[in-house]
Design a protein around this ligand. Structure first.
Ligand code: ZN
Length: 397
């Protein structure tokens, strides 16, 4: 549900914010993960989504899409314990939001929410919002085994087309349902990014919060959207264009004071909310580029642990050390003055994949880990005890 009141900001605004952007630098590991976005898989997911039919309130199609989504996450390696639902009723039927949570290594209770709606109206909604669904699935698949400092929630909302009902229910009952309320770093909403068949689809709208309800979160949204714009430039072939947020699932969050940003297609299709909102009228190569940009942005916003490799020497290290250097088939962890009755030890390879993840109970000053089937190379070794974590680069031969 979008573009009811469309009016672009003047071009100079986009130029200004682009130039004054975030100074982010290219992270080769992020690009390596973004490179794994697959247009073939996106087309497959869009086709399956289209074949599920018109996913409006109370339909079997909507229920089947919920099951389809859940099975996708399971097939990508997520477990049932990571998947929750949030149900809400209106107009005589019940709809369901699907939430997949990936716990962060450093800030487990602070969340980057990556969301988009899966309900549709008057048509199969392959663009609005099968495209957002396909992009979110792509990010979820590629980040499943990548450790991030912040927790991530992938949320597939329902009830969007009937008035942002699913996202409003989630904010009211889940985000605000605890004391203190859920701590959200950012909400990144992806809605209608399918492009127009036959057109030159090279622009992506990057949406920031500009309204005054409240206005206190607008500056932070502007900062995050500048970072999103930087990620589009760094990790895709698309041209970012600054726009503003309205009429999608970030609205209940921004009204709750959260920090939001979003993606929307640059060429606006005329097909959404009709029976012709189908893959044949879209540009899957464009969706693929959007997925690349969104994957780079997700890694940036959730801080993939790989990024800590180069700054590890600046962190407080509690006297933690690893030896020998290089390590062969064993690695000894010296815990220094890191406290706690247990710690978690992880090894992450250069692609960002966690290759070893173990919990050590009642550790001594030194603990020795056996390394099995690890390729020679540079790894990021992390010791995490409660709020404290130390990450260092190690070499295995
Ligand atoms: Zn939509």
């Amino acid at each position: 549900m979008k573009r009811l009141f469309k009016s672009y900001y003047p071009c100079f605004a986009a130029l200004f914010y682009f130039i004054s952007g975030s100074g982010q630098s290219y992270v080769p590991v992020y690009a390596g993960i973004a490179d794994q976005c697959s247009e073939t898989r996106i087309i497959q997911n869009l086709t399956e989504f289209e074949n599920l039919g018109i996913k409006s309130k109370g339909t079997a199609a909507q229920a089947n899409t919920l099951t389809w989504l859940k099975n996708k996450y399971l097939s990508y390696g997520y477990t049932l314990s990571q998947i929750t639902t949030d149900s809400f009723s209106y107009g005589g039927s019940t709809s369901v939001n699907l939430i997949v949570t990936k716990t962060g290594t450093v800030y487990p209770n602070t969340f980057v929410i990556i969301d988009g709606h899966y309900d549709t109206i008057y048509g199969p909604g392959t663009n609005d919002n099968g495209s957002g669904v396909a992009v979110i699935l792509e990010i979820a698949k590629l980040l499943q085994n990548v450790s991030t400092e912040y927790s991530i929630k992938f949320i597939n909302f329902s009830g969007e087309e009937d008035g942002l009902l699913g996202s409003q229910h989630y904010v009211t009952t889940v985000v605000n349902g605890t004391v203190p309320k859920m701590n959200i770093r950012l909400v990144f909403n992806i809605d209608e990014v399918g492009g127009v068949a036959g057109a030159n689809n090279n622009t992506i709208m990057c949406e920031r919060d500009t309204d005054n309800n409240p206005s206190t979160n607008n500056a932070a949204s502007n900062t995050m959207t500048a970072q999103l714009i930087a990620c589009v430039n760094l990790y895709s072939s698309l041209t970012p264009s600054l726009s503003y947020a309205y009429s999608s699932d970030y609205v209940p969050f921004e009204n709750n004071g959260e920090i939001i940003t979003g993606f929307f297609e640059g060429n606006e299709s005329t097909h959404p909310h009709s029976s012709s909102d189908r893959l044949i009228n879209m540009d899957p190569a464009y969706v693929h580029q959007v997925a690349r940009a969104a994957t780079g942005a997700a890694l940036h916003f959730a801080k993939a642990t790989q990024a800590t490799l180069d700054i590890a020497t600046n962190e407080k290290d509690y006297g933690v050390s690893f030896f020998p250097v290089p390590a062969h088939n064993r690695l000894t962890i010296h815990r220094g003055d890191l406290g706690g009755v247990s710690y978690r030890f992880t090894l992450t390879d250069l692609s960002g994949k966690i290759v070893l993840d173990t919990q050590i109970q009642h550790p001594g000053t030194e603990e020795t880990i056996t390394l099995v089937n690890l390729a020679s190379g540079v790894y990021s070794a992390a010791v995490i005890a409660g709020e404290a974590s130390v990450t260092k680069k190690i070499v295995i031969e």
